[in-house]
Write a protein that binds this ligand. Structure first.
Ligand code: TPP
Ligand code: MG
Length: 433
């Protein structure tokens, strides 16, 4: 008599007394009934404010919001932001000169990288998109390895198998970049779920652009993180463009932060060009993510000053004046410099000295990277399987034979050991194709 079928047969016979408060009983939402036909306006969540700590002149607006970071730490933020900017200039130029195949600059977004990186614990796990080199730099990744990756030389931990800017470093808990957009989002959530199960007192941070937030993977990631209550920070860099598509053509809601409540995520929008605002928001988000096992969405508003990549010419879709505004008047580096100058922690002399010495450091590592040989082509096949399967051993052998037979057509002298496999492996590759 109590089965659903029995209930269905007697529909309509319940008395009002059984539902005294007239509350909806649907399991999918907790809400009230209304008797007026009304659609929810999409702008219900419109104009989410932008949290900031400093104004554009580097002045702290509310003393209570000052993170009061020690001088050494603020100088580290500044030096990382400026070093990143210098590295970008040199590597961008080197691509223009045909010395590396590709590059993506971080111009204008330095505050989002460094402010968030400084707010994390050293062993928090980072999933990046591709425009977050400053996070890795803040964690102490040496210039030499940035260069080695971009040059794909014998010191590149990825052994020259990836395009430039696809950095990765397990010791620094920075998962290797892969450029299919948003694939890192569900992966990061899975990692955060594992961390939660291990009760590891760690957080995951997952960076992505506002463009990537339109991918289905972003939805899957947000929803899994919310329902599984994972300690993850979704850090969206809203830099105004997804290559040539401006935000006005990407979405009709109020940016990415407005989506947070829809997934049940704690959400905030910050001024990404204010390194202290980014620091404060990320620090508090990290604390809550770990203490309460809850995902947090941070939308950092910024601007991509550079072209999307060296394959792009942004003058085709935006004005020089627009770029100039951000470059000259609303830049995260000059804002922090204003702060430092006001504090008396930095002066023109130090600025000049640092510009010179940091440029020298970058140029030295760049020259050294260029001199090193390329990894052996033999390595193209390794590191996926513990034991190389037969079909790959055959291909490896065929490549080796080909290179030996036609070596006059290839710049073999540029490769490690002239392109030959290491001695102990030479025999293994003698499988007949
Ligand atoms: C799945 C997928 N689709 C398309 C691309 C090509 N693509 C590379 S970057 C990019 C724009 C991404 O914009 P956004 O997420 O805002 O990051 P930003 O470059 O602005 O930092 C596109 C469409 C890709 N890499 N992967
Ligand atoms: Mg973007």
């Amino acid at each position: 008599r109590n089965s659903p079928i029995a209930t269905a047969i007697v529909w309509g016979v319940c008395s009002d007394a059984e539902f005294p408060q007239e509350k909806p009983q649907f399991p999918g939402a907790s809400a009230e009934f209304v008797e007026r036909l009304e659609f929810i306006q999409p702008n219900v969540l419109s104009g989410i404010p932008v949290y900031r700590v400093m104004d554009r002149q580097g002045q702290i607006l509310q003393q209570s919001e000052d993170p009061q970071l020690p001088k050494e730490l603020v100088l580290k933020l500044y030096k990382t932001m400026t070093l990143l900017n210098t590295m970008d200039r040199i590597l961008y130029e080197s691509q223009r000169q045909g010395r590396i195949s590709f590059y993506m600059t971080n111009y204008g977004e330095e505050g989002t990288h460094v402010g968030s990186a400084a707010a994390l614990d050293d062993n928090d796990l980072v999933f990046g998109q591709y425009r977050e080199a400053g996070v890795l730099m803040y964690r102490g990744y040496p210039l030499e390895l940035f260069m080695a990756q971009c040059y794909g030389n014998s010191r590149d931990p990825g052994k020259g198998r990836q395009m430039p800017v696809h950095y990765g470093c397990s010791q620094r808990h920075f998962v290797t970049i892969s450029s299919p957009l948003a694939t890192q989002i569900p992966q990061a959530v899975g990692a955060a779920y594992a961390i939660k199960r291990a009760d590891a007192n760690r957080a995951v941070i997952c960076y992505f652009g506002e463009g990537a937030a339109s991918e289905g993977d972003a939805h899957a990631g947000f929803n899994f993180a919310a329902t599984l209550e994972c300690p993850i920070l979704f850090f969206c860099r809203n830099n105004g463009y997804a290559i040539s598509t401006p935000t006005a053509e990407q979405y009709r809601g109020d940016g990415i932060a407005a989506r947070g409540p829809g997934y049940g995520l704690l959400s905030i929008r910050v001024d990404g060009n204010d390194v202290f605002a980014v620091y404060k928001a990320t620090r508090e988000a990290r604390r809550r993510a770990v203490a309460e096992n809850r995902p947090v969405l941070i939308e950092a508003m910024t601007y991509r000053i550079g072209h999307h990549s060296t394959s792009d010419d942004s003058s085709a879709y935006r004005s020089v004046d627009e770029v100039d505004y951000w470059d000259k008047r609303d830049h995260p580096i000059s804002r922090l410099r204003h702060f430092l100058l006001r504090k008396g922690w930095w002066d023109e002399e130090q600025e000049k000295g640092w510009r010179k010495s940091s440029r020298k450091m970058v140029l030295e590592s760049f020259t050294a990277a260029e001199r090193l040989p390329k990894p052996s082509p033999h390595l193209l096949f390794t590191d996926v399987y513990r034991e190389l399967p037969l079909h790959l051993r055959r291909q490896q052998g065929a490549l080796l034979q080909h290179l030996r037979r036609y070596r006059q057509h290839y710049p073999m002298e540029l490769f490690e050991s002239g392109g030959e496999p290491p001695m102990e492996e030479a025999e293994e590759t003698q499988v007949q194709p």
